[in-house]
Design a protein around this ligand. Sequence first.
Ligand code: SF4
Ligand code: SF4
Length: 205
Amino acid sequence: MSFDIVKGMATTLKNMGRKPTTVSFPEEERDLAPRFRGRHVLHRYDNDMERCVGCYLCAGACPADAIYIEAQENTEEKRVSPGERYAKVFDVNMLRCIFCGYCQAACPTGAITLEHEYKLASFRPEDMIYHKEQLLEAKGQSTVGSNEVWADPAPQEAAQPLPQEGRIFDGSQASAAAVGLGNYHTERHVLFTNEEQDEDRRKLE
Ligand code: SF4
Ligand code: SF4
């Protein structure tokens, strides 16, 4: 028996007693890290107004040209967002998206975040273009999404004319700095949630 075979058998024997690191998807799913970036969600304020003010900053920041927006003016009769404009059309092409999160970082109102939805499959490529109707939170169910873990809290003095429980910038008076984005230090405790499942993942120092 050559030495290579002995080595191979030793590796097999060593791993025979170990728990598998795979899970039986779809019956069983892995716990995802809070900062996992999956499908986008468009957020509302607590008063159900849409956070997106149709500024195109996310589309401009997108390196994959995956976001298509058509903005429309708010009027007194039809006010959709607190800003001058809102997004009448907001499409994200998931076939182009590389889930980098630049759109989330660029957004001055916390309107777009990447969330834990990763089951993105379709038989037809056109179904992979997600429209505003699919991305927008339902009325009465506003959240700040993963900005809870990505964004620093807005400073106390930041203008927040629309009352809400979330910590993210509200309203048209504040600046992008008030959002508290930009400090992207990595903290281990938000990257790993399940020590057992994360055992086989690359450990970050
Ligand atoms: S995650 Fe990155 S690639 Fe995807 S839409 Fe946002 S900016 Fe574009
Ligand atoms: S999601 Fe944010 S960055 Fe993109 S258009 Fe709306 S407000 Fe501007």
